[in-house]
Design a binder for this molecule. Structure first.
Ligand code: 48F
Length: 267
């Protein structure tokens, strides 16, 4: 091989990145946030052959899972979600009746690899700052480099289209928040607005996370902690079964919806 040429290295990165970006301008599902719920949803949807991309504000994916509880890097998962640990090859150990533990670093790494290998694309260091709207629904995401956001630069964003958008941005429920501020119409929550997350109640929160995983505005679904924040559920702390199950549920619902006709054009 001839001497390494810096220009070829640069061209390779630029060409490959733009291939990736252009291949993701028209999606079946655009996912904001790469925490556990978003990654599970992305892995299942992509595994079913859907065009999926995830947009993550931070340089590293994984959201709140890396740190386990209070930086002790273990997570707890209840019986009902153990099938998802198995599905994604995450090793786990029984602790007491119905409680299981897993290494948080292995858990999030495995979910990330699963989503990517299933065919989802992850854009990290990209912030979702707005949605693309039409009179009756959300039809895409408006994105910008997180570095632009952090530096406070006045730079216009770019946009992608999607048949459905999933807000998996966690406690801050950022996509729903922008919709309440900038789109006509109301959420299908009791108040029509974001109800706001409540204090910790692990058992109730885990059940409600699943119930609250649904379409909150035409074209826009919520999953994970964003679902509880939107519908007013409590937080659950470092038990992660609800997050995994929420990702599974939203993927199943979206697969059913994507099978219906009359959706916005994905091209
Ligand atoms: O917070 P996060 O892990 O969301 P999740 O999937 O899981 C919640 C748990 O980690 C934990 C919990 C349950 O045990 O209470 O908190 O609901 O991941 C959300 C991801 O979204 C990113 C954020 O950096 C994080 O990685 N994010 C937030 N806002 C934006 C965003 C945004 N505007 N654009 C892109 N990414």
């Amino acid at each position: 091989m001839p001497e390494l040429d810096e220009r070829v290295i640069t061209a390779a990165i630029v060409d490959r990145f733009f291939e990736k970006l252009k291949a993701n301008l028209s999606l079946d599902v655009a996912i904001a946030g790469c925490g556990p719920s978003g990654l599970v949803a992305g892995a299942i949807l992509a595994g079913a052959g859907k065009r999926v991309a995830l947009f993550e504000r931070k340089l590293s994916v994984g959201g709140g899972m890396w740190g386990g509880g209070m930086l002790f890097n273990e997570i707890v998962v209840q019986e009902s979600a153990v099938h998802l640990l198995e599905r994604f090859g995450i090793r786990y150990r029984p602790y007491r009746d119905g409680y299981y533990t897993a290494d948080s670093v292995e858990a999030i790494s495995s979910l990330t690899v699963a989503a990517l290998r299933a065919g989802a694309t992850i854009f990290n260091a990209v912030t979702v700052e707005d949605v693309v709207m039409r009179p009756d629904r959300v039809i895409g995401l408006v994105i910008n480099w997180s570095a632009v956001d952090i530096a406070g630069l006045h730079v216009d964003p770019l946009a992608i289209h999607a048949r459905f958008v999933l807000d998996a941005t966690g406690h801050d429920t950022e996509v729903v928040r922008v919709v309440t501020k900038k789109m006509p119409g109301k959420l299908n929550t009791p108040s029509g607005d974001i109800e706001g997350e409540k204090s910790m109640w692990s058992d109730r929160a885990e059940t409600l996370t699943l119930e609250n995983t649904r379409e909150v505005f035409p074209g826009l679904y919520v999953a994970g902690m964003a679902a509880n924040a939107t519908y007013g559920g409590p937080r659950m702390g470092p038990i992660f079964g609800g997050m995994l199950l929420s990702g599974e549920k939203v993927a199943q619902e979206l697969l059913a919806r994507l099978g219906e006709g009359c959706l916005p054009d994905g091209e």
